[in-house]
Ligand binder design. Structure first.
Ligand code: ADP
Length: 250
């Protein structure tokens, strides 16, 4: 689904990503691991259109998407999750899910003038979809809670929910487990597996928690010093001398 070819990204001459090439297969949950500073987040940001690459190419289903803006990638079903945006903290979980993507607002506004009943029908549809997401993620107990009151892990679940509202094809998840307790991390892991198996999502996941990676991800790609060092199952990469050295060297 995704092919990264000889990608480099430099910041003031420093190569954060250095000639990295990798593939993310359709239907996989691919893990991206590596020591701090390996270039994982920068790679994500280049794929997701946050940074333009210095060199190299990114293909989505064979089409060149290098340098496309995040909203253009969004329309192609490629999403990268961040921490929930601050301005949504005063909205409820359900309202957050129902937020219409900004570039569809113009269309909605036009319809309110020309066809109010179509707007109502669309609202109903959005609400039904939000209810489906709430049920799927088993978060009905916090559906009417303000998003700002959620725990870190619940916010991660909400982020996943928002990707479901727009029917993403591939989702890049950055450090899902950071600051999340074990129980909630398992719940998030379950949701990712079910989205993958039942709804056909492809995932690429940056995560430091190796138990989480081992449970979810195949293959696991290891980055070090801006490049791709190894790829395999978690057991394979754990036994790889170069990988052990890269981790010990930090
Ligand atoms: P990882 O996610 O694997 O920890 P990062 O992609 O965050 O690694 O960072 C890789 C390297 O690039 C680090 O040395 C980091 O300091 C540097 N880096 C990342 N973003 C920037 C930036 N915006 N400006 C300058 N250097 C950066």
């Amino acid at each position: 689904m995704i092919e990264v070819k000889n990608l480099s990204k430099s910041f003031s001459g420093f190569l954060a990503v250095n000639d990295a090439s990798l593939k993310i297969e359709t239907g996989s949950i691919t893990g991206l691991v590596g020591p701090n500073g390996a270039g994982k987040t920068t790679l994500f940001n280049v794929i997701a259109g946050v940074h333009a690459p210095t060199d190299g190419q990114v293909l989505l289903d064979g089409q060149d998407i290098t340098g496309l803006a995040p909203h253009e990638l969004f329309h192609r079903g490629l999403l990268r999750t961040f921490q929930i945006a601050h301005e949504f903290s005063s909205l409820t979980v359900r309202e957050n899910l129902m937020m219409v993507p900004a570039d569809q607002m113009g269309e909605t506004l036009w319809k309110t003038w020309t066809n109010p009943s179509a707007v109502r029908a669309q609202e109903e549809q959005t609400r039904a979809k939000a209810d489906d997401v709430i049920e799927f993620l088993e978060i009905s107990h916090v559906a009417d809670e303000l998003a700002g009151n959620l725990s870190g892990g619940q916010k991660k679940l909400l982020e996943l929910g928002r990707t479901m509202m727009v029917d993403a094809k591939i989702v890049f998840l950055d450090e899902v487990g950071a600051g999340v307790n074990r129980t909630l991390l398992n719940t998030i892991g379950d949701a990712i597996i079910r989205l993958n198996q039942e709804r056909g999502y492809t995932f690429c996941v940056i995560e430091h928690d190796m138990d989480f990676i081992g449970r979810l991800c195949d293959p696991v790609i290891v980055m070090a010093e801006g490049g791709v060092l190894a790829e395999g199952t978690l057991d394979e990469i754990k036994a790889n001398e170069q990988v052990i050295e890269a981790y010990l060297g930090t």
